[in-house]
Ligand binder design. Structure first.
Ligand SMILES: [Zn+2]
Length: 430
């Protein structure tokens, strides 16, 4: 008896169809990323500064925003044992990334509910972090964190979030993400600069006069360059943590891969593009009230102008930028890349880095979103690709991505990049 192939064949096709449908379904579930870029005005706009003060709210409770990176715009006792804080942006319209950071304490030990509220039209985004010293942070216990219940089981973001807090006379710090301001970033850069192959210097000054520092890592004689950027957007601390791990991996002393790479290339890092925004606790913008990552075409602002001028001078000296990466944060991990149809100075490098890195993380299928069109050249990576032909990507880290995973991915991305850029295969395959 032979097998009736005609009878079983439709079944096979049905099965294959189901598998295809399922795999498409899985692909469709991936987050498609933020809305496409839109050209916006980047001429200076007014911003609202916070009133910096210690608020005596009543019942012996105090709150303060008198530190760098703080954001607290109003406080009131709104019920028995309930304190409400108001968090407002530097100006509007603005991307929904409401940053908050403040200190709170009480004359006498007491339990309170602290309600985080925002300007009308904006919602709660960042899961609260808590600290006893402003340096080491933990996520507040989930049993003590109560987002607006009206948003439960809906696609809406909560309008407010209430925290159960035990206050004492010891200062408690509450913040949207770990508090890492420009002085912390520059302290980190100075520590790395203790190595002979890292030199940190001032590139320019921000609008408010804060230093914009640049780190030079590797062989200063090399004409093969990289550009690494971070903190254009102040609350994007997880992006900064990824950049820190990435850069630290490049700087491991006496590591054979890193040593070879540092000998072959010279890496430039601007670890804090927007020190004014970071230190003022802004939601998004610079002290010019504009989104710096939309100013890479008009170049109206000193921060973007400084990086462009630096890169242009290197090109005049016959240097070549092969790779550029700008670290950011958003709702989930995602990589925004240049259209694969466009070839820069090392074609194919960026997707290879991401895929090589991902192979080392079991079960990880990276979300890569290439620009479908030769899009507007208003953000850093698209602009750097078109002006300097550096293979470029925007490396986005989720707000809640576990910090250990951020570190691991940052290090693995650096390793994959170093291996690929040293192998030279990327240039020959395309
Ligand atoms: Zn960003």
């Amino acid at each position: 008896m032979g097998i009736n192939i005609r009878r079983i064949l439709p079944g096979y096709f049905f099965l294959i169809g189901l598998i295809l449908l399922a795999s498409c379904g899985i692909r469709d579930k991936k987050w498609k990323g933020q809305a496409p870029l839109e050209r916006v005005e980047t001429a200076t706009r007014p911003i609202q500064y916070q009133l910096k003060k210690t608020y005596a709210v009543g019942n012996g409770i105090y709150l303060s925003n008198e530190f760098e990176g703080a954001r607290l715009n109003g406080v009131a006792l709104t019920g028995k044992n309930e304190v409400s804080v108001l968090i407002t942006p530097e100006n509007t319209p603005i991307n929904e990334s409401p940053w908050y950071a403040f200190k709170i304490w009480s004359d006498t030990p007491q339990e309170i509910q602290l309600k985080l509220t925002y300007t009308a039209g904006y919602s709660h985004r960042y899961y609260p972090k808590i600290s006893n010293n402003g340096k080491t942070w933990t996520r507040i216990d989930s049993s003590a964190c109560h987002p607006d219940p009206a948003a439960l089981n809906t696609k809406e973001s909560p309008k407010y979030c209430t925290l159960d807090l035990s206050l004492t006379s010891d200062t408690l710090w509450i913040a949207a993400q770990e508090l890492i301001v420009s002085t912390d970033i520059y302290k980190w850069a100075e520590q790395l600069s203790e190595s002979s192959f890292v030199v940190t210097s001032d590139l320019a000054k921000s609008r408010e006069g804060r230093p914009i520092k640049i780190m030079q890592i590797g062989n200063p004689e090399s004409k093969k360059l990289l550009m690494i950027l971070s903190r254009q957007h102040p609350p994007e601390v997880t992006g900064w943590l990824a950049m820190k791990a990435f850069v630290e991996r490049l700087c491991v002393p006496e590591d054979s891969l890193a040593s070879l790479f540092r000998n072959e290339y010279c890496i430039y890092v601007v670890p804090c593009m927007n020190p004014d925004g970071v230190d003022n606790g802004h939601w998004r913008n610079s002290s010019a009230g504009i989104d710096l990552n939309r100013d890479w075409e008009a170049f109206n602002q000193p921060e973007t102008q400084a990086v462009r001028k630096f890169m242009q001078e290197k090109i005049l000296q016959k240097h070549t930028f092969y790779f550029a990466v700008d670290f950011h944060s958003t709702f989930e991990d995602i990589f925004y890349t240049i259209s694969p149809k466009l070839k820069g100075n090392m074609p194919g490098l960026v997707p290879k880095i991401i895929k090589t890195m991902a192979k080392h993380i079991p079960g990880y299928d990276p979300n890569i979103r290439p620009n479908e069109k030769d899009a507007l050249r208003i953000n850093s990576t698209v602009s750097i690709f078109h002006s300097f032909h550096a293979e470029a990507m925007t490396y986005e880290v989720g707000d809640d991505t576990p910090r250990e995973l951020i570190k691991k991915k940052g290090e693995l991305t650096a390793e994959s990049m170093m291996e690929l850029m040293l192998s030279g295969t990327t240039t020959q395959n395309h």
